[in-house]
Design a protein around this ligand. Structure first.
Ligand SMILES: Nc1nc2c(c(=O)[nH]1)N[C@H]1C(S)=C(S)[C@@H](COP(=O)(O)OP(=O)(O)OC[C@H]3O[C@@H](n4cnc5c(=O)[nH]c(N)nc54)[C@H](O)[C@@H]3O)O[C@H]1N2
Ligand SMILES: Nc1nc2c(c(=O)[nH]1)N[C@H]1C(S)=C(S)[C@@H](COP(=O)(O)OP(=O)(O)OC[C@H]3O[C@@H](n4cnc5c(=O)[nH]c(N)nc54)[C@H](O)[C@@H]3O)O[C@H]1N2
Ligand code: SF4
Ligand SMILES: [Mo]
Length: 857
């Protein structure tokens, strides 16, 4: 089959992919060399997309409770319950919670149905948890939610500031571009993040600020630039509105060491071509909007915007966070960047031909789930998001989902934590099957194209929404024949944006043919620097905004630490797809709580032990990693592990649901927390083909080549033999040390499961035995020993997952005098495919060098 050009399923970089179908459910993936977002590059997640398109765990048929039903039956039920809910309790008793992983076409239809025809503003998106503070900051400063930069600016910047962004892990192809800018033109890199991430390790300057110290830092920095005369007076006079007492408001303590502040100020003063990339360390804060404006103030006042290599650049998380913003997926916006003024409402109503347009904004995500909890919302449709895991205070959200009179869940996976509460589950087409458009962080619209057949009865989300709309009597408004028809209507509608002084403009696509839509090449709306001719405010001037640092927090005896949360390099959110890849699992098999060494000794925690992390909202057990990269007083946990994948690592239940007053975005990165060692009576691991969900205090499961590796711990008797399948058992035990090992083979001598338990000893390394699952090469005594009788060279933990290169191989190359990433790559091939492991290789080189220096002294 010929390769098909499409766009990656994951992050907002929006990389082009060239995919070739190699079987009914298998793909060969390559970066698309002509896509402007990545020019052929991909990261580990994009590279391994092919491993996640199997049918494992898929929802293939509409379900009511546990019963499979026809689409007609399911949609009659959805429409019937919705209608009755509206009749009994009014339109605001109905709500939609959608996602930046919907395509623009899905999003447009959902928004049109909710706001235009049901007449409720209650449609919000998980982008509320992700981008809404950046949206609010854009609106306040520019008068429209428009990102004023492009990726090309990274190629010509002299100084790149990263604020609250672990770019090397979360936007790896942008990171590769930053690496190139540094190599080619010596661009300087500053990382502002309380943690020393792999991104921060590579920086020229890392500022480990206090949690939420950003506004103080940026205010002080702008004050310093004012003192130094690095202000663009002409730009300020012509293009900006300055509020009264603005300059005085900047006189604050920067909150960092004076030497660091001076270094930062020198770099900022010296480099006009400066880009500030910001993401969740800025947005996910109760002062997130203020952080966005503090950053933007600095760029406006120094005139570092609308020019090559300069600007404040909010990088989006999800593949279509931007498309969702464009079609009005947020509860406080109408489609096409419009608000709820009478004129804007009238134009939208007449464009859609509806008399039922909602009268004002609806509830934002956190408030929406509160309304579900207290019964104001009785019908909720969740699409392409997993709020039982990803909302703050997820325990409360689970209660709300359980109480909701009707919960409809559209997903590709049958058993997500959210789907478990659903009355009706609707199977959606997933990446590689669905067809439509997404908009990336730099406003570039590209096509996702179908390359695989629709599995089971799965259907496109927009199609299902249209069918429900038709059942509610809105045949004409939802008579879309295909996604091209939806895109044309949306493109035509963007004329309203222009009419109201906004820049969003896709009208050149309003009359495109189906063939033109199918052949669409990626295009960027607004151009490289959209505000070059003026901002989207009434007078065309941008607003500087007075923002204040948050008040210092009172000490909390019960919860003395702060909980910071975020992402791992090779997992995507709630793991429904990346969790299926054995390769991606090797990077981090378990959810770690990262703790500074001083806090570890203060709280009696050991590296590799377990700990219970508790907040006012909930508690969960994590594996402890003691690390100097974590600052004192704060701990970090990953967001990915769900109840389907673990009993432990449940970060969602921990975060508090306080939100930013302007944007409504939750402050996920700063929750009061305490931590205590958890000392289980036994520990174990299990290797099995089936995705078992044990009932022990702690367990997590991760994908291996032919099955699953399950880590377990608990109290009392380790009664877990029952988890093993039938077969020929071999056993070894040493009751004194509480050790028990069981291997199960089948008639052909193939290993089908293995269980290793200990009460106080050590467990063997997992790698070799995990590789034996489904194999008949070794003997039962070897299985029980957990290693081959003839020792093999140990590769160590896998560093380069694309080419399967382990840490020991890399250390050997370093020992053999490979002194930089390029020469390590030369010797071992590590880092030569997607390149996501390059920061890790750099760290290994640094550590080895430090070690050698120590040894020499
Ligand atoms: N591998 C991977 N990549 C992803 C995703 C994924 O799940 N996995 N998800 C995608 C999505 S939807 C998103 S939104 C992006 C998120 O991308 P990022 O924002 O880069 O990711 P996070 O890990 O959430 O947070 C970034 C950093 O913010 C820091 N931080 C915490 N508090 C503060 C603070 O007060 N100030 C500052 N300056 N920094 C702070 C954290 O220590 C953390 O290192 O990633 C996208 N890419
Ligand atoms: N503590 C803490 N919590 C956080 C964050 C944090 O940093 N800390 N980050 C927040 C952020 S930025 C984000 S973006 C969210 C992400 O959180 P979620 O949106 O909840 O995470 P996903 O796992 O991406 O959920 C997407 C769901 O959609 C399904 N799906 C995939 N494709 C399709 C499709 O085409 N159609 C349909 N109908 N379903 C599909 C997937 O199987 C999955 O169940 O988490 C937020 N929560
Ligand atoms: S950076 Fe990685 S995850 Fe993001 S779009 Fe590109 S390949 Fe996909
Ligand atoms: Mo996100």
């Amino acid at each position: 089959m010929k390769p098909v050009r499409t766009t990656c399923a994951y992050c907002g970089v929006g990389c082009g992919i060239s995919a070739r179908r190699t079987g009914p459910r298998s793909l060969q993936i390559e970066g698309d060399k002509v896509h402007p977002a990545n020019r052929g590059a991909l990261c580990s997640k994009g590279t391994h997309l092919g491993e996640t398109v199997g049918l494992e765990g898929r929802l293939l048929h509409p379900m009511m409770g546990d019963a499979q039903v026809s689409w007609d039956r399911a949609l009659d039920e959805v429409a019937g319950r919705m209608r009755s809910c509206i009749e009994r309790h009014g339109p605001d008793s109905v709500a939609f919670y959608v996602s930046g992983q919907c395509l623009t076409e899905d999003y447009y239809v959902a928004n049109k149905l909710a706001k235009g025809f049901i007449g409720t503003g209650n449609i919000d998106t998980n982008s509320r948890l992700c981008m809404s503070s950046a949206v609010a900051a854009h609106n306040r400063a520019f008068g429209e939610d428009v990102v004023p930069c492009s990726y090309d600016d990274l190629d010509c910047a002299d100084l790149i500031l990263l604020v609250g962004s672990n770019t090397a892990w979360c936007h790896p192809v942008i990171w590769q571009r930053i690496e190139r800018a540094r190599e080619r033109r010596g661009a300087k890199l500053v990382v502002i993040d309380p943690r020393k991430t792999e991104t921060a390790e590579q920086a020229d300057l890392h500022i480990a600020i206090d949690p939420d110290g950003d506004v103080a830092l940026f205010n002080a920095l702008l004050g310093e630039m004012f003192e130094r005369g690095v202000i663009d007076e002409a730009f300020l006079a012509e293009r900006c509105r300055i509020p009264a007492r603005f300059w005085e408001s900047l006189e604050v303590d920067a909150g960092i060491a004076p030497e660091q502040f001076n270094r930062l100020a020198e770099m900022v003063a010296a480099n006009e071509r400066m880009i500030t990339l910001f993401s969740q360390g800025a947005n996910q804060s109760v002062g997130g909007t203020d952080k966005g404006n503090a950053i933007t103030n600095l760029h406006l006042a120094t005139g570092r915007i609308n020019r090559h290599g300069a600007g404040p650049f909010s990088i989006t998380g999800q593949p279509n966070a931007m498309g969702g913003r464009e079609v009005g997926g947020l509860a406080n916006m109408l489609a096409c960047h419009l608000g709820f003024s009478e004129n804007e409402r009238a134009d939208v109503a007449s464009f859609w031909g509806t008399g039922n347009l909602c009268t004002g904004p609806g509830l934002k995500a956190v408030d929406m789930f509160r309304a579900v909890h207290d019964g104001r919302i009785k019908f909720l449709w969740v699409m392409a998001t997993n709020p039982a895991v990803s909302m703050p205070d997820a325990g409360f959200v689970r209660e709300a989902l359980a109480k909701c009179e009707t919960l409809v869940v559209s997903d590709v996976i049958a058993e997500t934590d959210t789907a478990r509460f659903a009355d009706i589950r609707l199977p959606a087409l997933g990446w590689g099957e669905k067809d439509g458009t997404v908009t990336n962080s730099e406003r570039r619209v590209s096509r996702q194209r179908a390359l695989l057949d629709a599995p089971g009865e799965a259907r496109a989300d927009w199609n299902v929404l249209c069918d429900v709309a038709r059942r509610l009597g809105h045949e004409e408004a939802f008579a879309f024949a295909n996604s091209a028809a939806i895109f044309r209507e949306f493109a035509a509608m963007t004329a309203l944006a222009g009419k109201h002084g906004k820049l969003l403009d896709l009208t050149e696509w309003a009359d495109c043919s189906d063939a033109e839509y199918d052949g669409m090449a990626p295009f960027q709306w607004g151009g490289a620097h959209p505000f070059g001719q003026g901002f989207s405010t009434d007078d065309g001037k941008a607003n500087l905004i007075c923002v204040e640092p948050p008040a210092p927090r009172a000490a909390d005896a019960q919860f003395p630490l702060r909980l910071n949360t975020g992402r791992y390099r090779d997992q995507w959110h709630t793991m429904t797809r990346t969790g299926l890849s054995a390769k991606l699992a090797t990077h981090r098999r378990e959810p770690l709580v990262e703790v500074n060494p001083e806090d570890a000794s203060r709280f009696g925690l050991e590296e590799g032990g377990l700990a219970r992390v508790e907040t006012a909202q909930g508690a969960s057990i994590f594996r402890v990693a003691v690390t100097g990269s974590q600052r004192k007083g704060a701990i970090f946990t990953p967001i990915h592990w769900t109840e389907a994948m673990s009993a432990g690592g449940g970060t969602g239940r921990l975060a508090q649901s306080l939100t930013d007053p302007v944007s409504g975005q939750p402050g996920f990165k700063n929750t009061p927390v305490c931590i205590v060692a958890y000392k289980p009576e036994w520990r174990a691991f299990l290797i099995t083909r089936e995705p078992i969900q044990p009932q022990t205090s702690y367990w997590t499961r991760s994908r291996i080549e032919n099955g699953w590796l399950i880590e377990l711990a608990g109290e009392g008797a380790a009664d877990i033999d029952a988890l093993l399948p039938a077969g020929t058992r071999s056993e070894a035990s040493d009751l004194e040390r509480g050790m028990r090992r069981i291997a199960v083979g089948d008639a052909e001598g193939t290993l089908v499961a293995a269980l290793f338990v200990t009460r106080n000893g050590v467990l063997p390394s997992r790698d070799w035995i995990a590789g034996q699952l489904g194999e008949a090469a070794a003997t039962p005594p070897e299985w029980l020993a957990g290693r081959p009788s003839v020792p093999m060279p140990d590769k160590g933990p896998i560093v380069c997952i694309c080419l399967d290169i382990g840490e020991q191989q890399i250390l050997k190359a370093i020992n053999d005098e490979a002194c930089d990433i390029a020469s390590v790559s030369n010797c071992t091939k590590a880092g030569t495919n997607c390149g996501s492991c390059r920061p890790l290789i750099a760290r290994l080189i640094g550590e080895a060098r430090a070690h050698m220096q120590e040894a020499a002294q």
